[in-house]
Ligand binder design. Sequence first.
Ligand code: UDX
Length: 442
Amino acid sequence: MKIAMIGTGYVGLVSGVCFSDFGHEVVCVDKDPRKIDMLNRGEVPIYEPGLEDLLAKNVAAGRLTFTLDLAQAVADADAVFIAVGTPTRRGDGHADLTYVMAAAEEIAQAAKDYVVIVTKSTVPVGTNRQVQQVVAKANPGLDFDVASNPEFLREGAAIDDFMKPDRVVVGVQSDRAAEVMSDIYRPLYLRDFPIVITDLESAEMIKYAANAFLATKITFINEIAALCEKVGADIKQVSKGMGMDNRIGNKFLHAGPGYGGSCFPKDTRALARMGQDHAVPMQITETVIKVNDETKRRMVDKLLDMCDGSFNGKTITILGVTFKPNTDDMRDAPSLTIIPSLVGGGARVHVVDPQGRHEGEALLPGVTWNDDPYDAARNADLLVILTEWNEFRALDLTRLAGSMAKARLADLRNIYTAQDARRAGFEAYDSIGRKQLGADGA
Ligand code: UDX
């Protein structure tokens, strides 16, 4: 199979590299010459474990190339994937389809023989039909089909998710397109991974419904955690007890400072917007968006309590600023709500993150970056764990507590316990949905 992948952002690059690893001949296209240069040198512009090695392996095998030339890449492709960005449009919350439609038009003009034009970007229901119209108009004689093939990759685990997916979702309108898509994914389902073939609209909807459901699950447990704090229950035990019910499942039940990232915030907003457009308000999703924003703000109140009601003049050390571990992505990260409130309140903020500095420097003005948690925490009044990087899971808490001006720990990912903190000499410990250690705590 010959595949052209339009867009070498996160989804496009991971998908392109993995398809080439299946044995397909893949050309990845981007408009950004800097990116294409980097990729041609074997450098990966994003941080994703394993991606650089897999890329090098497939480039060496001659199956994977990178180019600025869309027309040439598309000319003899069996399938062209559109994996360009669909950011939230300013003002109205709609997904911005400018890049998708521009790509569709260019593909139409470059394609010669039968081709399947596949949308991998997350797009509102109805977009694939629009793509079909755009292509038909731009090249009326072209023999083609459109297909919807939403992506469910998690950052930091993207290659594994691609190679061992729970399912592959493909929306098509013709048997011919279904066959091409089945051939592309054959290496997977030979290993027993189910492929779900649906119509276009259902495939588009599956992506939004799945992401909104997961965002709801997280937000639900975050809300229960807030109540646990008041009634003296322990969210970890509550999550465990709930998750053992197979109908609920134990995944995505970890309480934290609120979800972030490139997908959940964007997709929940787009789904809410779609509901409004069709006069079927997505009330649950709208509430999830609101509660998640409140969850992030509630973290600021928690830290304020631990600073005796004022950030002014305090030194606060933050461990982790990316929206989750194993990524350098800062999009909609809770740190972007929390840290500016600390800086604005007059705190001196020290930050450590294994990958976040590159993006974070511009987004978090007024903080000091450190490489080492122990240096960063020296003489601090409060230590905050905001992202659960492995590097922060086995800290020498005794050493940290001993070097701080006030040994106080806010563990917003529940990776330690009040007992750990007490034993290490912390005078105060607070986490999410569990008992505190401190002035009025245990
Ligand atoms: C997500 C989806 O998992 C993926 O299927 C989709 O295609 C893109 O969006 P990703 O954004 O990479 O992937 O991250 P994910 O691991 O799902 O975490 C999303 C957010 O939820 C993070 O901020 C994370 O910290 C938070 N989260 C996740 C929790 O707070 N608790 C949990 O139990 C799980």
